[in-house]
Each structure stands twice: as structure tokens, then as C-alpha cells.
Design a binder for this molecule. Structure first.
Ligand code: GLA
Length: 355
């Protein structure tokens, strides 16, 4: 069975209780939520200015709060995974006195957002501020995919995002006979963040050898040209080969989804996985096993690792009636303890009304 997703109401009331417990029984005055995301295809393409095809999920993070007087603020997290202490006092950043990263770790992203956020009402600048927070305060040199889809997500749609122009095209996902299933491997390898930064550097190196501003501008012909082949070492060549191929696949995949060509979409998902495994080398045995187990089931169109890699989740496209069989087969075949979620394309970050 797929895991139930806590409702927005449940999360808000939990956050409200925590707020009251910490701040003298007074109710919070504002609330907002932002969704998590799953990427259907277009992996490790965002920081190469390519295309991605994610959707926002119904799994959200909720924030409640009230304005504090002066420059002092207190933040509390409900996350069981956060390091201690879970209640922290901060001085709001002002010119010349930035909020610097430090301990506990969980505060760093929050501090980064406080530092970079400008209240200009623009969704793109909101997403960019959150990406900068990852770079300067959480130490993750990520692309813009996660933040953009979390801000712009649309109910019933995936978004084809051009990570160069930051334009996004909604792709409807409303076929009731179809399901995207997220399988969490529940493993996370510690090398994920160092390897991520390394991949990004390898892509920049490849683009500079090919004399292109980014790998978005390069073609397979550029990569195969004799002069480039002579200068590219094997690893850099393979990294670039994945990115150039994946950008093409993402565009093709969005087209096939629009046409309802699910077999074709599924095939592209598997090609994407194989490329991430063999050329980009960001998969791991757990993810490969999950993909293999899903692909054994009749009614499954395609499956691939999703996100940064080295653990985390797979995403599988299947016929809705095949979901129980698929979950069962994965549970039987996978040596770990997976959790399952049905990916429901949902709306993006928003303010909530408090009753
Ligand atoms: C992580 C990053 C994203 C993106 C993916 C890989 O999720 O946060 O920006 O690069 O990895 O596609």
C-alpha cells in the first residue's frame, strides 16, 4: 500500500500546537506551505541550463508564525530528523550584519532564505532567493529545478521548465488510467553532496573544452568532433554525453506525454536511468534494483531514479490498475524497506488562511 500523505489541515494544526507551546499559548497569525517535488525526467540538466520535467507534490512543508518586534526572531522546527537544539533565537539580517551559517544545521537553509529573500511579489525571484540560500548557507550548489517547481507547481500538471530562460510550460497529467509511483529506497549515501559538486564542476569543464557557455549549447556532434575528443578525458566525456542526451530526452518526453504516448515516455525514462547509472554514475545498487523490480511488472511503462542520486527515490509510470502488483513485486524483490507514494500533481507554494 502507498503511504498516506498527512493532510494540510493536520500539518497546520500540528504546527499551530507547536507554536502555542513555544510562544505563550498565543495563536500564530500567518501560515504558508510549500510542496516537495518529483522530477519525471531531465536529471542533472538544470545547472547546465537545460530542461527538466518535475511536478509539485501534495507532500508539503508548513510554516506558521507571527511578526516579532525589533530585530529578534525565534524559529522552531517540528522535524524529528533535525539536529538539536530545535528552538533557536536569531537576529534578523541587516546591511553589514548577515546571518551566517553555523550550528544547528537545520537552521542554515532558513537563515539563507531570510538573508536572500526580497519581498517583491515575484515568484521567480522567490525561487532564486531559495536557490541562493542553498548555495551560500546550506552548502549545496544545486540548480533551480526544486525551487521553481515548488513555487510554480500547478494542480494536475507537470512543468516543462527551461532552466535558462526560467520559462515553464504546463503539461497536463489528468489521465485517470495512469499513475506516477514514487518509491523511496530509504537509503541516502553520504557522498551525495560532494559528488554533486564534482558533477557540476565536470560539466563546467566539459562546456569550457567545447567552448560553449554551457552544455545546453552543445550537441552530440560537438562532443564527437575530433578536436573535442582529443581534449576530453573519458570521465568528462561521459558526463557531457549524459547531459546532452538527457536534455534531448526531456523535450521528447514532454512531447510524448502530451500525445499520450506512454510507451514512448516509459522508454525514455529507462534510457535516462541507464545514462545516469553508466555515464553520469549517480545511481546505486538500491536504485538500480528498484527500477529492475518495477520494470518486471506488466502495466509498467518506465522507471528511473529521480533527483540527485546516491539513494533517494525512483519514479515509475504505470497503468493505474497495476499499482498493487507493482508495489508487491518491488517489496518482494528489494532487499531494503521501501516506502511508496502516489505522485499527485499539486499546486505550488502559497499562503494559507488560518481559521
Ligand atoms: C538535486 C538538485 C537539483 C537537480 C537535481 C538533479 O535535486 O537540488 O537542482 O540538480 O538534484 O537533477
Amino acid at each position: 500500500m502507498a503511504s498516506p500523505v498527512p493532510s494540510l489541515g493536520q500539518l497546520v494544526s500540528h504546527a499551530t500546537c507547536l507554536f502555542k507551546k513555544n510562544f505563550g499559548d498565543e495563536a500564530p497569525k500567518i501560515a504558508a506551505c510549500a510542496p516537495g517535488r518529483v522530477n519525471l525526467i531531465g536529471e542533472h540538466t538544470d545547472y547546465n541550463q537545460g530542461y527538466v520535467l518535475p511536478m509539485a507534490l501534495s507532500l508539503v512543508t508548513v510554516v506558521v508564525g507571527s511578526a516579532s518586534s525589533g530585530q529578534e526572531a525565534t524559529i522552531v522546527t517540528a522535524s524529528e530528523e533535525a539536529d538539536e537544539p530545535r528552538k533557536v533565537d536569531l537576529t534578523l539580517p541587516i546591511e553589514g550584519f548577515p546571518l551566517s551559517p553555523g550550528l544547528p544545521h537545520w537552521t542554515n537553509y532558513v537563515k539563507g532564505v531570510m538573508h536572500h529573500y526580497r519581498d517583491d511579489g515575484d515568484n521567480l525571484s522567490k525561487a532564486i532567493a531559495c536557490q541562493q540560500a542553498e548555495h551560500t548557507h546550506a552548502g549545496v550548489p544545486c540548480g533551480i529545478m526544486d525551487q521553481l517547481v515548488s513555487v510554480l507547481g500547478m494542480e494536475g500538471h507537470a512543468l516543462l521548465i527551461d532552466c535558462r530562460s526560467l520559462e515553464s510550460i504546463p503539461v497536463p497529467l489528468t489521465d485517470p488510467g495512469l499513475v506516477f509511483l514514487i518509491t523511496n529506497s530509504n537509503v541516502k549515501h553520504s557522498l551525495a553532496s560532494s559528488e554533486y559538486a564534482l558533477r557540476r564542476a565536470q560539466c563546467e569543464k566539459a562546456a569550457s573544452i567545447l567552448r560553449k557557455p554551457s552544455l545546453r549549447d552543445a550537441t552530440m556532434n560537438d562532443l564527437e568532433a575530433q578536436e573535442s575528443r582529443a581534449q576530453l578525458d573519458d570521465v568528462t566525456y561521459r558526463r557531457a554525453c549524459h547531459v546532452i542526451g538527457e536534455i534531448c530526452r526531456t523535450l521528447k518526453a514532454a512531447e510524448s506525454l502530451k500525445r499520450g504516448a506512454y510507451q514512448e515516455f516509459g522508454k525514455l525514462m529507462v534510457e535516462s536511468h541507464n545514462s545516469l547509472r553508466d555515464l553520469y554514475e549517480v545511481s546505486c545498487k538500491d536504485l538500480d534494483d528498484l527500477v529492475c523490480a518495477a520494470m518486471e511488472v506488466e502495466g509498467v511503462f518506465g522507471s528511473r531514479m529521480t533527483g540527485g542520486g546516491f539513494g533517494g527515490c525512483t519514479i515509475t509510470l504505470l497503468k493505474a490498475h497495476a499499482i498493487d502488483r507493482t508495489i508487491q513485486n518491488i517489496q518482494e524483490r528489494y532487499s531494503g524497506t521501501p516506502t511508496f507514494y502516489v505522485a499527485t500533481p499539486s499546486e505550488g507554494a502559497r499562503a494559507l488562511k488560518l481559521s
